[in-house]
Design a protein around this ligand. Structure first.
Ligand code: GLN
Length: 187
């Protein structure tokens, strides 16, 4: 069963993708919701708003930190910002699961949103998938233990560190399952 963090943001689209992979899901609002999950999604939304809600819930922060030692976490868009070690914005809470530095809203405003074909290279195979970039961040710096696994027009837009995965875009909004299947090891 995969948890979907439901503090704020677009968790419905992730639920659809999780179901499409024949996995069960549970919404996560408090640390007890993490019990017995096999993985967790940090959805997109507004990273500053999600951070505010996290800061009111130390238990959930501690629960997720502990969970991250055993189970994979996937972050999309605002999700990768929260998973990063830094986003150059003091309002953002950084879990530091991914040794990357992010720049928020790096492609411009909502009207500059776009759909792109992204290339995913994983375990010696190369596949394309589609995703939406909505007020997307960019990955500015990448630590040495971080694996680049997805690019868009030669720019790094997806990284993996240990079991954890982050992408700057939204494959789930186009009902694409590839990124989730890699993170949660489900075909
Ligand atoms: N711009 C948002 C942020 O910085 C992310 C947008 C999204 O998740 N689609 O948090």
């Amino acid at each position: 069963m995969i948890g979907v963090l439901a503090l704020q943001g677009n968790f419905d689209a992730h639920i659809k993708v999780i179901k499409k992979l024949n996995l069960d899901y549970r919404l996560v609002n408090k640390s007890k919701d993490l019990d017995c999950l096999d993985g967790l999604v940090f959805p997109g939304g507004e990273s500053t708003t999600i951070s505010k809600l996290f800061k009111k819930n130390d238990n959930l922060i501690d629960g997720i930190k502990d969970f991250s030692n055993y189970k994979p976490i996937l972050g999309t868009c605002a999700g990768i910002i929260l998973m990063s070690k830094q986003a150059n914005d003091e309002r953002v809470y950084n879990f530091g699961f991914l040794d990357v530095i992010m720049q928020r809203n790096a492609y411009g405003r909502q009207v500059h949103s776009f759909e792109g074909n992204i290339s995913v290279n994983y375990l010696d195979s190369s596949k394309d998938t589609k995703a939406l970039f909505i007020r997307a961040p960019k990955i500015k710096e990448i630590g040495k233990d971080v694996e680049v696994f997805a690019t868009y027009k030669n720019e790094v837009i997806g990284v993996k560190q240990g079991m954890h995965v982050g992408v700057t875009c939204h494959p789930e909004l186009l009902n694409e399952t590839l990124i989730h299947s890699i993170c949660f090891n489900k075909k």
